[in-house]
Design a protein around this ligand. Structure first.
Ligand SMILES: CC(C)(COP(=O)(O)OP(=O)(O)OC[C@H]1O[C@@H](n2cnc3c(N)ncnc32)[C@H](O)[C@@H]1OP(=O)(O)O)[C@@H](O)C(=O)NCCC(=O)NCCS
Length: 163
């Protein structure tokens, strides 16, 4: 009887090519690396505006591709009962693979679990269609944040009418 060859590499079925989940405490620095690359280096947002001191009060998502954190977002439950999503970012060379959508799905599932009535966010005007595809609607006039045009958007999580 022939001995089965030993595998030197994990079988591809067992290696998570892409994974989206909540960040572990030791992964916050990796989330910040993604945000630094996307918002500071790519979009020229000032460091002090990007790192605003609110990270400890947020839950953070990570999108992992081949073992590397390539996407992130953070969410905070507000006293109003809304969940506020911020800092949605996927590294440029990993966009268009569904990671942004999966990050938003994860955050919305958590907001539902926390019985939030809405998810709210300030969308960069250029990214509004990404959020509209996910059921968000814009409200109010555009405004500047970190020198970038934004618009408030919201999505209702439970049945009901109006904002
Ligand atoms: C916005 C961003 C997170 C999207 O991430 P992504 O992984 O490329 O998005 P996905 O691949 O999951 O795309 C999901 C859907 O949104 C659409 N989409 C993605 N980016 C879009 C954009 N900029 N404009 C319009 N539609 C977009 C995709 O075509 C896709 O549509 P489909 O569901 O019909 O196939 C990413 O482009 C990014 O990091 N941008 C720079 C940072 C930024 O501006 N963040 C938003 C701050 S408000």
């Amino acid at each position: 009887m022939m001995a089965r060859p030993l595998r030197s590499e994990p079988h591809p079925w067992f290696s998570p090519i892409m994974e989206v989940r909540f960040a572990r405490p030791n992964e916050l620095a990796l989330c910040l690396d993604v945000r630094r690359a996307v918002f500071i280096d790519e979009q020229n947002v000032a460091f002090d505006e990007e790192v605003d001191g609110q990270d400890p009060t947020c839950i953070h998502a990570v999108a992992i591709s081949e073992g590397r954190v390539v996407g992130t977002a953070r969410m905070r439950i507000l006293k109003s009962g809304d969940a506020r999503v911020q800092r949605v970012a996927v590294l440029a060379n990993h966009r268009g693979r569904g990671l942004g959508k999966r990050i938003m799905d994860l955050m919305e599932d958590e907001a539902r679990r926390a019985e939030c009535s809405r998810v709210v966010l300030d969308a960069q005007v250029a990214i509004i269609p990404f959020y509209e595809r996910r059921g968000y609607q814009p409200e109010g006039e555009p405004f500047l944040d970190a020198g970038i045009a934004h618009r408030f958007m919201w999505k209702r999580l439970r049945s009901g009418s109006g904002p």
